[in-house]
Design a protein around this ligand. Structure first.
Ligand code: GAL
Length: 677
């Protein structure tokens, strides 16, 4: 077992088997009478669907009584798909155990933080550490593996569904025991654990392993390291379940690759996907828009860049929606052309497959108001027409499959830092990890710069510029990796409150920002977070919110300082030549324009250029093939835009040649230009 924050292990990848760009969605035919299936496959063909995920929530039908299987329906579904040339991504249905299982094993139902045991009657309501659940899940995974290992329709295993989506944490006694086992492996002895957790504080010293419990509801703030280790444990505990299922499937069907669908964006933050990604043969992700985000194209780009970085190459979009979802307070439909722009934006960021939740809109059940590829209205609908048109677009992009995405900028992303930053009792609870990353990512997106995300221990030698917007927690090797990058000639930019604590969440003494002080040439003796709505003037004419600190220069130079408030005259942004390179510190949160100007200056100095200069509102993304570049141009604006392209180029979606080295992208449109090299 790993320690919960070890660097990610080496990757093992296997190709996804579908031809060209995969296209499809979750297919749940068990929810429909069999007469409907013939229409399903006919319409799938019409839309160009070539791969669907089946069996995701079919456990109760597949195993009506413990150990008694009825595979006849699944046999017929797979045969029908195969007959129509549609590949199956066959799921283990372990995200939704049947009622009989919980009647027999009520102890496998999860317990929440307040000690309340939840009930069955939904999905993903099981304790990740339950031996009974594990046994039942592996039993059905094995039965499926053995039965369908050589089935010609089956091209991939879809293990479980969105691990941890609803049950990332269980606080029951069985979980408590599993937590203790995990802690023993991390710390070896209690003395070490006590020191790591700082348990002399508030009389929390442990004398016996059995005294340690999950961080259940308490009267006052629980111990931060206890909570952080709990998050690490919960991620690892679900990863152990994934691995166990995958091993069973691998044994039965060694040549079939396995995936499970991640959720790298939105509020979900329960799993350390750097530890998960190397365990997947194909990395896949689910992405949904937030109705309240006016610029969801940036969210898609960020998510796509992050998944591609986790995958180390192309990946698969396993779920998104054709229209509205059903789990937000108000569920917005997509505007004209949005479905197409969303899907092609994911392809631009490295997706080699586009799939939706789900194929046919449900009539009954918890998701009856969720959009689908085939809506309630049937084929005489805008969504269906868009779905068919997208199928043609993806077919036209077949040659893009497998191409890579070169970048010279890296943004450091770390779930340990996110968890630690968002623990209670911080200097400011208004500082949120994802907000910080998105704030820094946005200007890079607007200027068309290609970005990778990296783990703090990653090899950084391919990059010119590395940004660490919110690396609150950093261990010593990671800090050395980042500062070493700067001293070797790179440009490092560090956001406020970074480097503050070590891997055990202990404050690094001597001044902030602890681990980066020397490289940044600054030392802060006190933090001055700002109240909601409060802002300070900056000497470059901008404003700052959220955070300030009393920075003293120790080799660094002030680029901007405060012009108002208690820290008037104190540096707010600093620059420090360090070794062969440069290290910048953003000791505050500048307003968006000021931040954009600053990051523009920094990246220009670092020699980083955009993929292509485009008019405002036009997103340009490049994928690099063996003998050609694929330039994706997406016009999110309201004006037609002209973009310069190579003289030997073709537009792939229309198939037209391009004359005169320029292409026009009309508002809301997407063009994909193949530039021969
Ligand atoms: C995902 C889940 C799907 C479906 C979808 C609805 O989280 O994997 O099964 O529920 O959300 O948006």
């Amino acid at each position: 077992m790993g320690r919960g924050d070890d660097p990610p292990p080496a990757r093992r990848r296997r190709p996804m088997i579908a031809e060209g760009i995969a296209y499809g969605g979750d297919y749940n035919p068990e929810q429909w009478p069999e007469e409907v299936w013939a229409e399903d496959v006919r319409l799938m063909r019409e839309a160009g669907v070539n791969m669907v995920s089946v069996n995701i929530f079919a456990w109760a039908l597949l195993e009506p009584r413990e150990g008694e299987y009825d595979f006849s329906r699944l046999d017929r579904i797979l045969a029908l798909l195969h007959e129509h040339g549609i590949a199956a991504d066959l799921a283990t249905p372990t995200a939704a155990p049947p009622a009989w299982f919980f009647r027999k094993h009520p102890e496998a139902l999860p317990v929440d933080k307040d000690g309340r045991r939840l009930s069955y009657g939904s999905r993903q309501t099981f304790c990740p550490s339950s031996p009974a659940y594990r046994e039942a899940a592996l039993r059905i995974a094995r039965a499926l593996g053995e039965r369908y290992a050589d089935h010609p329709a089956v091209v991939m295993w879809h293990v479980h569904n969105e691990y941890g989506c609803h049950n990332a944490e269980c606080y029951c006694d069985v979980s408590a025991e599993a937590f203790r086992v995990w802690l023993r492996s991390r710390y070896g002895d209690l003395e070490t654990l006590n020191h790591a957790w700082g348990t002399t504080f508030w009389s929390q010293w442990y004398y016996d392993w059995d005294e340690i419990i999950p961080p259940r509801a308490t009267g006052a703030v629980p111990n931060p390291t206890h909570q952080l280790d709990w998050r690490r444990f919960c991620s690892d505990e679900l990863l152990a379940l994934y691995r166990a299922e995958r091993e069973v499937l691998r044994e039965a069907a060694p040549s079939v690759p396995a995936t499970t669908n991640f959720m790298v964006m939105f509020a979900f933050d329960a799993l350390d996907y750097w530890r998960w990604a190397p365990e997947l043969d194909v990395v896949s992700n689910d992405h949904y828009l937030r109705s309240t985000d006016p610029e969801s194209q940036i969210d898609i780009a960020l998510s796509g860049d992050l998944v591609r970085s986790l995958a180390g190459g192309p990946w698969l979009l396993m779920e998104h929606s054709t229209g509205a979802v059903n789990w937000q307070p108000v569920n917005r439909a997509k505007t004209a052309g949005e479905l197409r722009r969303n899907a092609l934006a994911h392809v631009a960021r490295g997706a080699d497959g586009i799939a939706y939740f789900q194929w046919r809109a449900a009539k009954a059940g918890a998701e009856q108001w969720h959009s689908a590829m085939l809506p309630h209205a049937g084929t005489d609908s805008q969504i269906w027409r868009d779905v068919v048109a997208l199928g043609a677009d993806l077919k036209a992009l077949a040659q893009v499959r497998g191409s890579t995405s070169p970048a010279s900028v890296a943004v450091v992303w770390d779930w340990n830092a996110r968890w630690a930053l968002e623990l209670p009792s911080q200097p400011s609870e208004a500082v949120r990890y994802l907000d910080m990353v998105r704030a820094w990512y946005e200007p890079l997106w607007r200027s068309g710069v290609a970005v990778d995300f990296v783990h703090p221990t990653a090899d950084l030698s391919a990059y010119r510029l590395v940004l660490a917007p919110a690396l609150y927690l950093v261990d010593d090797p990671s800090a050395a990796n980042l500062t070493g990058f700067a001293s070797a000639g790179g440009t490092l930019v560090v956001g406020f409150h970074s480097g503050a604590v070590d891997a055990s969440c202990h404050v690094r003494l001597g001044g902030y920002p602890g681990a980066f002080r020397e490289a940044l040439g600054v030392r802060t003796d006190e933090l001055f977070p700002l109240l909601p709505g409060e802002s300070l003037g900056l000497s470059d004419g901008g404003t700052a919110s959220l955070w300030s600190e009393r920075v003293h220069l120790e080799g660094g130079e002030a680029v901007t300082s405060y012009t108002s408030g208690p820290l008037t005259g104190v540096p707010a942004v600093t620059r420090h030549p360090y070794g062969e390179g440069v290290a910048w510190y953003l000791a505050t949160h500048p307003d968006p324009d000021t931040l954009a100007a600053l990051l523009d200056r920094i990246r220009t100095e670092a020699g980083v250029e955009p993929v292509r200069r485009t008019p405002e509102g036009v997103e340009a993304v490049l994928r690099r093939g063996e003998d050609a570049d694929y330039l994706f141009l997406i016009n999110h604006g309201e004006r037609a835009a002209e973009v310069h392209v190579a003289s030997r180029a073709t537009e792939l979606l229309s198939g037209r040649g391009i004359d005169g080295g320029r292409v026009t992208v009309t508002p809301g449109d997407v063009v994909v230009v193949r530039e021969s090299r």
